[in-house]
Design a protein around this ligand. Sequence first.
Ligand code: DVN
Length: 255
Amino acid sequence: IAFGHRSSGPKNDRFAGNFKTVIISKCKAYLGLNEEQSSENTCEKVWDAFSGAYVGRDPCDVPMEAYDSLIHAVNPKAACNRMLFWSQTKDIVHQFTEAKKCLLTLEDTLLGFIMDNLTWCSKNGSKETFSTGCPGWSECEKNPVRSFWNRVSAAFAESACGEVTVMLNGSVDTPFRANSIFASIEVKKFSSPKMRALNVILVTRGNDTANCENDSLQNLQAVLDPTLKYTCTEVHRSKIMDCISDPDKPCGACW
Ligand code: DVN
């Protein structure tokens, strides 16, 4: 009787309810901290558009376009000259943007912040959201999580303006990896004259495998809009870490 008003089983409803609660509370926490223009029901709108993308769908058949209405619902404003892209440098970039507010990554925007580190999917004909038993990143291409990151990354890169920074990993053979989101989605959306330059920060550890002459970085320059200015700077990881831990060091001193 206690759950009599619910349309399906209480156990599943409770689970779906939890995921919705996580999304709404992360959304509210973000808006509270970031003083962004928002209305009373922004987070409810985010949930409706977000869940509408994948709930009831086969977890291997959610294309990136399913999240179009979510992007339109949020319509994030671009932060010209402050956008930081990354590939294979997740930990250091987020430590960096946490410490220094001069640059921001996708995960420092509303949608990226909410979904970072979460997994979700539904099933054909279901009303539920699951956080376990969902397809892995490469198990099928059109899974809800991968399509979400593809779609929000495309929107983030499309809005890129002014001087743009990307932190790449100099300790791997291929800092610019062809099937990364950065290479396969974001770089293709960069366009001048709105965007002026791409500045690569290649994070090295000394005795490293890659430098700015790396073949994959030649590929990056080759696929980039030729009217964009390109720079590449090798920066030792310890220099960035020192900068992160010293609140008195301005961003300009980090590389
Ligand atoms: O510029 C950034 C940002 O804007 C973003 O959304 O896209 C860029 C980063 O994506 P990327 O270029 O594909 O960078 P990575 O380091 O190759 O992959 C980033 C993340 O995607 C990984 O950390 C994985 O997320 P996870 O599991 O740590 O939460 C995920 N990922 C990518 N390829 C994967 C994968 N997870 C599992 N298997 C793979 N093959």
